[in-house]
Write a protein that binds this ligand. Structure first.
Ligand code: HEM
Length: 102
């Protein structure tokens, strides 16, 4: 689903932008370009199912937990669970444009 042409660059940039979006979302939420909200719409157009789009954030959380091992504290775990729930809520609020097109 990530496409094959030129995909290494797209994937790398997508992961890096997703991490930036997580840090902004977990912190100040300056939302200077509301990446998550915008990308929900563009990924609808790419045909990426919303459940899969959201799952991407959970995959990042799981990878970080593996990397941190014993340093993954209860506090970190709780903060990630809250973040994933908040992202879920933000995505759920975005309307499907296709459903609105007459
Ligand atoms: C498993 C989940 C995801 C899939 C399958 C997916 C798939 C794709 C595809 C097919 C493209 C178009 C590439 C092209 O032009 O050839 C793309 C672009 C992009 N994706 Fe994702 N994506 C996922 C999750 C995310 C997430 C969570 C974010 C960040 C919130 C993100 C950010 C971007 C950005 C910034 C682009 C560049 C083009 C644009 O602005 O739309 N992606 N993605």
């Amino acid at each position: 689903m990530f496409r094959t042409e030129g995909s290494e660059h797209v994937r790398g940039s997508m992961l890096s932008l997703t991490i930036e979006a997580i840090i902004d979302f977990a912190g100040e939420r300056r939302g200077h370009f509301r990446l998550i909200e915008c990308e929900v719409s563009s990924h609808d157009a790419y045909g990426t199912p919303r459940d899969l789009f959201i799952a991407f954030f959970g995959v990042i959380a799981n990878e970080l937990r593996d990397i941190l091992g014993d340093d993954w504290s209860d506090e970190i775990d709780a903060a990630w669970h809250k973040l994933l729930r908040d992202i879920d809520a933000v995505v759920a609020q975005q309307k499907h444009l296709a459903a609105e097109t007459p």
